[in-house]
Design a protein around this ligand. Structure first.
Ligand SMILES: [Zn+2]
Length: 853
């Protein structure tokens, strides 16, 4: 591998040329596909100088090159094809190249590759350069026409179908787009079809293409697509703009899904669902990801990013939109809680370690390494704050202006903030720090009560992160409500706008000292540092009118209890047990909400909390503390648990609805606790009569957690052995429930089993991801967890560097542990770096992680 250079945002220059149109012809062949690209080019008037023409290209065999019909010999190296400025005509010209590529040998799954006999593409971020010579950057937008020649029956590309015959098909995309949105699929596929009529009356054919036999598992994805299309019309006024919308499910895929114009390509895991094979969580994810990719049609495709530093422009906004959609389709409170759990476990963790970077980074080596929780999840939170600050009406005006002003553009964060300034008259220069500074702000709270005047004083601390030692005070919208000691709300939710490092807010005319409910709805992605006695947390868990903060009170209490047990060997707090019991048996509360309250904080989350206290987390002690809490809870909830389980165990016909999913979640939580008491007897019978994958997995999980379930594992494998996506659950469960000392060995046995397809990204991520998520197992003092993950990263890297680099984030928290563990982790990271022919992707990650230690 040649050395890769660091790219800087500050170095941006427009491209030398404009690509008026692109005509592509593909003659598909597994080992020798020919790609003919005909580009209509002219000098870019935005550039004063007359520059050479440099096209990106990697791993291409150049067959021929013609400039205005004349054969030429351009300069070609490992990464590009260049024609000197003096060889270029003054006016517009046509450049035609023909290259040969080998899709079957493409194990990196970037560019054109094969998955079980089917051709497919993945071009974001820089995969198109592995297909043909082209200016592979998002600000070069052009109109694409595509001709595919192949014996395979289904031949798809972007845009609308224009003509087809025996062994060929032609597609035309009327909307100019960057190369990263190009897609091609060819295979023996079947369609699950439907139709849609847009608000202005345009009929659209909808197809979900899958392998033969999978057609009957597409109904939920199709229903989700139709609801997404309608929702985007109703909420954002955005209509679909082509005659067809195609989705293809692919088994070998590096990401979740890809929003290619008119031809979304999906990891099959996020398309296929039936009650027997998909859990409620799978259903939720399918709905959310279908919506996300569809919403990109406007936020990403019609308006794209000028350069990859602006990735959050399309991803932050589209994640924000898919969160809004899920909140409208399901319980908004439950969705908000789940989204914050994800944010904290992935993004706060990233922000707290060596890989911390701003929502809009200012440099990168490999852009694939910046498809991160910070860009996606924090990027969405930043938009949520913006919406709180300008209000719903201001947000709507700004978005309307954004679509009107920038349709067809490759835009920047500056463009995005400018529409908010112009639409609302607000100065957002301080707010912009959220895009440029990394790290999670910490918010300290002090209160005073004096003669009917209650004062809240906030102090924000913005911790240093790699490359950014000095930080500035941020604009933080803090939603606050006040409760009377009797539980009534005396001040309903208001938004306090904090702009300084330290700031006070006064509330007058109160009869009694109130109990504050701070950061309602998690109104900003910050850590709230506020000591509160357990009684106050229990009070808020019982009385807060804000569902998020109600849950948060219980969560904060559980975290304090767990940290106290792990650090001081404290007993399980009766106040926590009583408060949780009250919520668990409160039938007026949504079952999904009660299930969320029963889910204890993750061990990695507690390690992060302990680290933030300036202490060193001990994974073994945290693990033991969590077990102890679960055991004490099972005893405290007592016989009520059996009653609760029976009430929820009804015979209603299956529906993937949020309401039914919530009941199942609570039932499974109860079953897990009951297993602590009966050794898994009830869970064994629940497994035997499970009517959905949610129940099957829930029962199996309850059994494994109490050291049972071996027979059930065998029967599960016998039933689902041929469905790899379902078997991922089987693999993940065994590793998740393995004893810490055994976890690495269990993972090694599974991933090394004959016939296990570890080269498939879903399989690899499942096993290595499950081991990394088994906190006490991965960080076991033997070092076996670190060693196994490093071994397999090194094995995958030569084949698929992108997935290897992403999975390597398992190591991102290593500096927070004790010296012995740090030494073990450092040894593995150094071993990775010492590997010959290490990819640029994995090298960048290992170097960044090591730099922190
Ligand atoms: Zn996206």
């Amino acid at each position: 591998m040649s050395e890769q250079k660091t790219v800087y945002l500050a170095d941006y220059r427009p491209y030398s040329h404009v690509v008026e149109s692109v005509d592509l012809t593909f003659r598909l062949h597994p080992t020798a596909t020919r790609v003919v690209a005909r580009l209509s080019l002219r000098q870019n008037p935005a550039r004063k100088d007359r520059d050479h023409l440099r096209l990106d290209g990697e791993g291409l065999k150049l067959i021929s090159c013609k400039l205005d019909g004349q054969a030429i010999t351009p300069a070609v190296d490992e990464r590009s094809l260049t024609i000197a400025a003096h060889e270029l005509p003054d006016g517009p010209f046509i450049l035609e190249t023909e290259v040969e590529i080998a899709p079957e040998a493409n194990t990196a799954l970037e560019g054109l590759y094969m998955s079980k006999g089917m051709y497919c593409t993945q071009c974001e971020a820089e995969g198109f350069r592995k297909i043909t010579y082209y200016p592979d950057r998002p600000d070069v937008m052009s109109r694409f026409k595509v001709r595919i020649e192949s014996d395979l029956p289904v031949l798809l590309s972007n845009g609308n179908p224009v003509a087809s015959g025996e062994g060929w098909a032609e597609w035309d995309d009327p909307w100019p787009k960057p190369a990263y949105l190009f897609a091609l699929v060819a295979g023996d596929l079947r369609a699950h079809s439907a139709s849609f009529v847009t608000a202005s009356g345009r009929p659209v054919d909808l197809n979900i293409w899958v392998r033969p036999g999978d057609e009957d598992r597409c109904a939920y994805a199709m229903d989700s697509l139709i609801r997404s299309m309608r929702w985007d019309e109703q909420v954002y006024g955005r209509e679909y703009d082509l005659d067809v919308f195609n989705i293809v499910a692919v088994d070998d895929f590096n990401m979740g899904a890809m929003e290619n114009k008119g031809l979304n390509i999906f990891n099959s895991r996020y398309v296929l669902a039936s009650p027997e094979t998909a859990t409620d969580d799978d259903y939720y994810r399918i709905e959310a990801i279908i919506a996300h990719e569809y919403f990109h049609n406007w936020t990403g495709n019609r308006i794209t990013c000028r350069d990859w530093f602006q990735l959050c422009l399309k991803e932050g906004l589209t994640v924000f939109r898919d969160h809004q959609f899920s909140a409208d389709m399901r319980s908004a409170a439950v969705r908000r809680i789940e989204d914050v759990v994800t944010l904290r476990s992935r993004q706060f963790r990233e922000d707290d370690g060596p890989l911390a970077h701003p929502v809009r980074p200012e440099s990168f080596v490999e852009i694939n390494n910046f498809y991160t929780a910070t860009v996606y999840e924090k990027g969405a939170e930043v938009i949520g704050m913006l919406k709180s600050l300008v209000g719903d009406a201001g947000y709507k005006r700004a978005l309307d202006l954004y679509f009107e002003r920038h349709d067809g553009d490759a835009a920047t964060i500056e463009d995005w903030l400018k529409v908010f300034e112009d639409a609302t008259g607000r100065d957002l220069s301080q707010f912009k720090l959220w895009y440029s500074e990394a790290g999670t702000p910490r918010l300290k709270v002090e209160e005073t009560w004096d003669n009917g005047v209650y004062t809240l004083t906030f102090t924000q601390k913005n911790p240093p992160t790699p490359g950014q030692p000095i930080k500035h005070p941020k604009v933080i919208p803090i939603k606050v409500g006040l409760l009377n000691p009797n539980g009534d709300e005396v001040v309903p939710t208001i938004t306090l706008e904090m702009t300084r490092a330290k700031q006070s807010f006064r509330f007058e005319g109160l009869a009694a000292r109130p109990v504050p409910s701070i950061l309602r709805g998690f109104s900003a992605p910050v850590v709230l540092d506020r000591k509160a006695p357990p009684e106050e947390r229990a009070f808020l868990l019982a009385h807060d009118t804000d569902a998020f903060n109600k849950w948060e009170a219980g969560r904060a209490l559980a975290k304090e209890v767990m940290a106290d047990i792990a650090l001081k060997g404290a007993p399980v707090s009766p106040a926590w047990l009583d408060a949780l019991a009250a919520v668990t048996f409160d039938d007026t509360l949504d079952p999904a909400f009660r299930a969320l309250c029963l889910r204890l904080p993750g061990e990695d989350d507690i390690a992060q909390t302990i680290h933030a206290m300036g202490r060193i987390p001990d994974p073994a002690k945290i693990h033991a503390a969590r077990r102890e809490m679960t055991g004490a809870l099972a005893i405290r909830l007592g016989e009520g648990l059996s009653r609760l389980y029976k009430d929820l165990d009804d015979n209603a016909p299956f529906s993937p609805s949020a309401a039914q999913a919530g009941r199942r979640a609570l039932k499974i939580a109860a079953l897990g606790l009951l297993s602590r008491r009966d050794g898994g007897k009830l869970a064994a019978s629940a497994f035997a009569r499970a009517r959905s994958m949610t129940e099957e997995v829930g029962a199996l999980s309850a059994l494994l957690e109490v050291g049972q379930g071996q027979a059930e594992l065998v029967s599960f494998a016998a039933r689902w052995g041929r469905d790899a996506n379902v078997m991922d659950k089987w693999h993940a469960l065994q590793i998740a429930h393995a004893e810490p000392a055994e976890a690495a060995a269990v993972a090694a046995r599974l991933i090394g089993a004959p016939g296990f397809d570890w080269k498939n990204p879903n399989r690899f991520r499942t096993v290595i991801g499950a081991l990394a998520a088994n906190h006490a197992g991965f960080h076991h003092r033997s070092g076996a967890g670190y060693r196994l993950v490093a071994d397999w990263l090194l094995k995958l890297d030569p084949l698929n560097p992108q997935t290897a680099a992403r999975v390597s984030t398992a190591f991102e928290t290593w500096p927070r542990y004790d010296a012995a563990r740090r030494k073990l982790a450092r040894t593995e990271l150094e071993r990775i770096l010492a590997a010959p022919d290490l990819s640029g992707d994995l090298r960048e990650m290992a170097e960044r992680m090591l730099a922190a230690g």
